[in-house]
Design a protein around this ligand. Structure first.
Ligand code: BES
Ligand code: ZN
Ligand code: ZN
Length: 486
């Protein structure tokens, strides 16, 4: 999909379809007023007039998220039409910010980026396994702007497009089926990123390396899988001097059956999406390279399946981790934290970042607590959590801070090891999982670490906004916005 900045009255541009906004339900100057009234047009609605080749959508304001959602509503109507080009309504700064000021310019840039995101995110479909796929046919989107020069406008649209394309890339990984998407495949895809971008490097490590590194918790989870584990390390380096070094660690469970603590049938379904954290980290590397971010960005991915079989690791086992901390396994379905604890301590030794952020579909408890639309932000540094939430939410993703408290800490004590991997029967599962990870964060990294539990939003049963049913790419846009705007 391409975005073109045009003059407001460009008469030579004849789009196949036109989008029009109705702001604040005001139909006064609308040429199709009578028709819209007749159709009972109301707040938040979309009204498609195919014979006029126009679609109306009502919006309350022109904030970025309002625009993304408005475009997603329009796209639900027109995405599969046989049309190649659409024209957006004219974009200008709101009455509240003075034209020509920096604030007005910023507002327009955010709006344009959001418009491109709205289109690209809403045009996504995963139809690899459909005999008659119906992909979106729109190739060109025309936008006219005032209060911002053409080059800035084009750059803003390009930025939004790239962020959304990286999100769609992650959706494809998450949606791919577990038979196909093995740890080996994840390593191949990561290597492809390194082939595609000259400033991205990739190293992937197999079982022998994990053994040599004493990553025995990660290895235990993999123990009964016919597919070998992969520790994957991607590095993006900017051309100039990097402002900071940021490391994303991703849970890459290409399938989570629960292991011997087997999941019930209904809960096992969708567990191909347990690789969403690792997939998001891959998308962040892609976006960092495309946007030429001024940070050194690392992605450390722990890829494995959690399966059952006679060689499976067992509840009652004790594992000696990369950090030396010993873990009593009391539930093999709390496997994500076992993979992550080794990856997190490996990253602290090998990468030594300024910020260490892990992303994981870690707990069902987080989904119960926050629902399908919100990720949990967990850590020891409240200021960093606040900053992350505030800036990441500009992307349209939702984040809620979950705070540790000292009463929860002893719940993960073990009678025979340093720590246990779950707390039978206890409440607060998202936080006790976070506290488990915290045991593997060295003192000097306590304030630099964030854990994002994306279990709710990473994969959804029903489409919402510009998110399709299935993989959403949760985490990518939030983290990219954080790096762009912090
Ligand atoms: N992958 C799951 C968490 C999950 C559940 C993600 C639902 C997305 C949707 C994780 O490995 C898991 O099974 N966690 C257990 C932990 C428990 C055994 C302490 C859970 O949440 O039930
Ligand atoms: Zn599990
Ligand atoms: Zn899992």
């Amino acid at each position: 999909m391409n975005f073109k900045v045009i003059d407001r009255d460009a008469t030579h541009v004849r789009p196949d379809y036109e989008i029009r906004f109705i702001i604040d339900d005001d139909l006064t100057n609308c040429t199709d007023r009578e028709l819209l009234k007749f159709q009972g047009f109301e707040t938040g609605a979309v009204c498609d007039l195919p014979s006029a080749r126009r679609v109306y959508v009502s919006i309350k304001n022109s904030e970025p998220e309002t625009l993304r959602i408005a475009i997603s509503k329009v796209m639900k109507k027109i995405a599969t039409y046989n049309i190649k080009s659409v024209k957006m309504p004219h974009i200008s700064a709101s009455a509240t910010s003075q034209g020509g000021t920096e604030a007005a310019m910023e507002e327009i840039v955010s709006a344009l980026s959001a418009i491109a995101e709205g289109f690209v995110l809403s045009s996504y479909s995963f139809d690899q396994y459909k005999s008659n796929p119906k992909p979106c046919k729109i190739e060109e989107v025309y936008v006219s702007v005032s209060g911002c020069d053409k080059m800035t406008a084009e750059a803003a649209l390009k930025r939004g497009k790239k962020i959304a394309e990286a999100t769609n890339y992650v959706r494809d990984i998450v949606n791919e089926i577990p038979e196909v998407y093995t740890p080996q495949r994840m390593a191949e895809d990561a290597q492809k990123l390194a082939e595609e971008y000259f400033n991205v490097k990739c190293q992937d490590y197999s079982r022998d390396y994990l053994k040599a590194q004493d990553m025995n918790a990660f290895l235990a989870v993999n123990q009964s899988s016919p597919n070998d584990p992969k520790l994957i390390h991607l590095t993006y380096k900017p051309n100039g001097e990097a402002k900071k070094k940021i490391c994303f660690v991703g849970k890459g469970l290409t399938y989570d059956s629960g292991g011997l603590s087997l999941k019930p049938t209904a809960s096992m379904l969708t567990m191909k999406a347990d690789k969403s954290g690792a997939a998001a980290a891959m998308g962040i590397i892609k976006a960092a390279a495309e946007l030429e971010l001024p940070y050194e960005v690392h992605a450390v991915l722990g890829a494995t399946e959690n399966m059952i079989g006679s060689s499976a690791y067992k509840p009652d086992d004790v594992l000696r981790t990369h950090s030396g901390v010993t873990v009593e396994v009391n539930n093999t379905d709390a496997e994500g934290r076992l993979v992550l604890c080794d990856c997190l301590s490996w990253a602290q030794v090998e990468v030594q970042p300024d910020y260490l952020i892990d992303m994981a579909t870690l707990t069902g408890a987080c989904v119960v607590g926050l629902g399908d639309y919100t990720s949990g932000v967990i850590g020891n540094n409240y200021d960093l959590q606040m900053e992350f939430k505030k800036v990441a939410e500009l992307s349209g993703e939702n984040y809620t801070i979950l705070e540790f408290n000292d009463h929860l800490r002893p719940l993960i004590d073990s009678k025979i090891a340093d720590v246990r991997n779950s707390v039978p029967g206890a409440m607060g599962g998202a936080l006790t999982a976070g506290l488990f990870l915290d045991k593997f964060i060295k003192d000097e990294y306590k304030d630099k670490w964030l854990h994002l539990d994306i279990a709710g939003p990473a994969y959804v049963g029903d489409a919402w906004g510009y998110n399709p049913a299935g993989g959403t790419g949760a985490g990518v846009r939030g983290c990219i916005y954080w790096m762009l705007n912090r």
